[in-house]
Write a protein that binds this ligand. Structure first.
Ligand code: SF4
Length: 111
C-alpha cells in the first residue's frame, strides 16, 4: 500500500514535467561496445554512438545527440516514439509502466 502511494506520487511528479518524462533516459545506460551502440533502458532499440561525437567527448557513450534530443522531447511534454512499450501500457490500462518503475529506481537502495 505504501509502495502504491510512492508510485502514484512519483507518477504525478513525472507528469508535472511532461507526460513522457522518464528518468531512465538520463540515469540508465547499456553500452554495447562490440557494436558501438547504446541505449538507456532495454525497451528502445540500440542506436550507434557516432565516432565524431565520441572523439569530441567520451560521455557520448551515454549522452549521444540522439538521446539528448529524446530527453528534450520528454522535457517538452512529448512522448518519444522509441518508448512505445511504455505508451502502450499507459494507453491501454491503469497499470504503472516502466516509466514509473524505472524512474523510481533512483530512490532504491542498490547495495
Ligand atoms: S519511457 Fe519506458 S521505454 Fe522509455 S526510457 Fe523510460 S522506461 Fe524505457
Amino acid at each position: 500500500m505504501q509502495e502504491l502511494t510512492v508510485l502514484n506520487n512519483l507518477k504525478g511528479e513525472l507528469n508535472s514535467t511532461g507526460c513522457g518524462f522518464c528518468l531512465a533516459k538520463w540515469t540508465q545506460v547499456t553500452i554495447h561496445l562490440q557494436m558501438g551502440e547504446t541505449h538507456s533502458c532495454h525497451h528502445p532499440k540500440t542506436h550507434k554512438v557516432p565516432l565524431a561525437e565520441l572523439t569530441r567527448n567520451p560521455s557520448a557513450l551515454h549522452n549521444t545527440r540522439y538521446k539528448k534530443q529524446l530527453r528534450r522531447e520528454m522535457l517538452e511534454g512529448k512522448r518519444p516514439e522509441e518508448c512505445e512499450y511504455c505508451w502502450n501500457v499507459e494507453d491501454s490500462s491503469d497499470l504503472f509502466s516502466d516509466r514509473i518503475y524505472k524512474s523510481n529506481e533512483l530512490g532504491q537502495n542498490h547495495t
